[in-house]
Design a protein around this ligand. Sequence first.
Ligand code: FEO
Length: 170
Amino acid sequence: MKLKENMAKLLNEQINAEIFSAYLYLDYSNYFEDKGLNGFANWYMIQAKEEMSHAMMFYDYVHGNDGKVVLEAIDKPEGKFKDDMDVLKAALKHEEYVTGLINKMVKAAREADDLRTEHFLAWFVNEQAEEETTAKDLITKYELFATDGKGLYALNEELAGRQFTPPENE
Ligand code: FEO
């Protein structure tokens, strides 16, 4: 069954939004790399990879359902941060924004009676809940433990251990 025009448009926009998310997280990683906090840099680098894998899931879905993929320009990330917490909070705000985009697509799928797309999007609904929780947890950990150099060192070490695991949407 071919994707309806509005649904295909939203899914295409999401490819762009996910690649922009990857770009944004790469920018966060870049910020922490410059500061010598390689664990935080690793954390956001893995996040950037996850976002690219999300983009590819949308890309494959559109192609797999007789839709046309149209790649648009990716916006430039702002790249101006007051301090570390500014980055952590920007990440949470961004994930809340992405949750809104996913929810909007679920509503559009329901209105179009497009059960296949609604089912496909269910993975992302769960993923967004996880991503918001993870971003909130990192803010809490920073506030609780990174109050001195020793705490910041330990948190940085913890974040250095994050590894990329490709998502499964089956
Ligand atoms: Fe792909 Fe962080 O949402």
